[in-house]
Write a protein that binds this ligand. Structure first.
Ligand code: GLN
Length: 225
């Protein structure tokens, strides 16, 4: 893996990460990806999905994104890719869509991470707030996290790794989790300058890209055909 971190050296080496651009703050994610040296491509079609080494599902309105995923015929291909080891990172509304079980979403999500998520669950007064998180496996200084009408992760299966938690005033509940190649954060790392989570995801995409180039990734919706 160490040899794959040469991201900023040359554009030609930079991994290409897709950002689902149907609704929400995809432009901020694309900018954050570029800040850590990756190429960012907006994804609205199956063809574009097949060109990237990973996909970010941004914050926005999960009901709207869920509806548009069906309208753009991207839901089934994204599910197939997510099951095949393709890296997907959902932030806020994106995290909601990745959850296997969603409290109060009246449309089908992607059901990829075994966890229960409840939408808009921090209550009205504090439905937007900021917090300093213990950086856990990211290392270094605390991570400043922005929560905007965020969902709460109510429970996760044992095989889901909790990366980051809120403090004791929120029962140390999980706000960033990883399940194989799938990442979910209930806050918005794309709205702060801290690139640690984008860098982590880009490294996951690099690893996936090199495995696929070596023929070690099963063909899914976006397979080499
Ligand atoms: N409340 C939104 C939803 O339920 C998520 C908010 C966000 O992505 N910032 O979809």
């Amino acid at each position: 893996m160490g040899s794959m971190r040469n991201l900023t050296a040359a554009g030609a080496d930079a991994v290409t990460v897709g950002v689902l651009a149907l609704q929400g703050d995809f432009a901020e994610h694309a900018a954050a990806l570029r800040r850590v040296g990756a190429q960012a491509h907006e994804v609205r079609t199956l063809d574009q999905l097949e060109q990237v080494d990973g996909l970010i599902i941004p914050g926005g309105e999960s009901t709207t994104i869920a509806r548009l995923l069906l309208a753009y015929e991207l839901r089934a291909p994204i599910i197939a890719l997510g099951r095949s080891g393709f890296p997907i990172w959902g932030t806020c509304a994106g995290a909601i869509l990745l959850a296997e079980e969603i409290v109060t979403l009246d449309r089908p999500g992607l059901h990829l991470i075994p966890m229960v998520v409840e939408r808009n669950a921090y209550g009205r007064q504090i439905d937007s707030f900021e917090a300093e998180l213990d950086p856990g496996p990211l290392g270094g200084r605390p991570l400043h996290a922005v929560f905007i009408r965020a969902p709460r992760i109510r429970s996760v299966s044992n095989d889901v790794e909790v990366l980051l938690r809120l403090g004791p005033e929120y029962d140390d509940e999980a706000v960033a989790v990883q399940y194989g190649s799938l990442l979910a954060t209930t806050f918005h790392p794309e709205l702060t300058e801290d690139g640690r989570l984008h860098r982590r995801f880009v490294e996951m995409c690099e690893q996936y890209g090199s495995q696929r180039d070596a023929g070690q990734v099963p063909a899914a919706a976006g397979g080499s055909g």
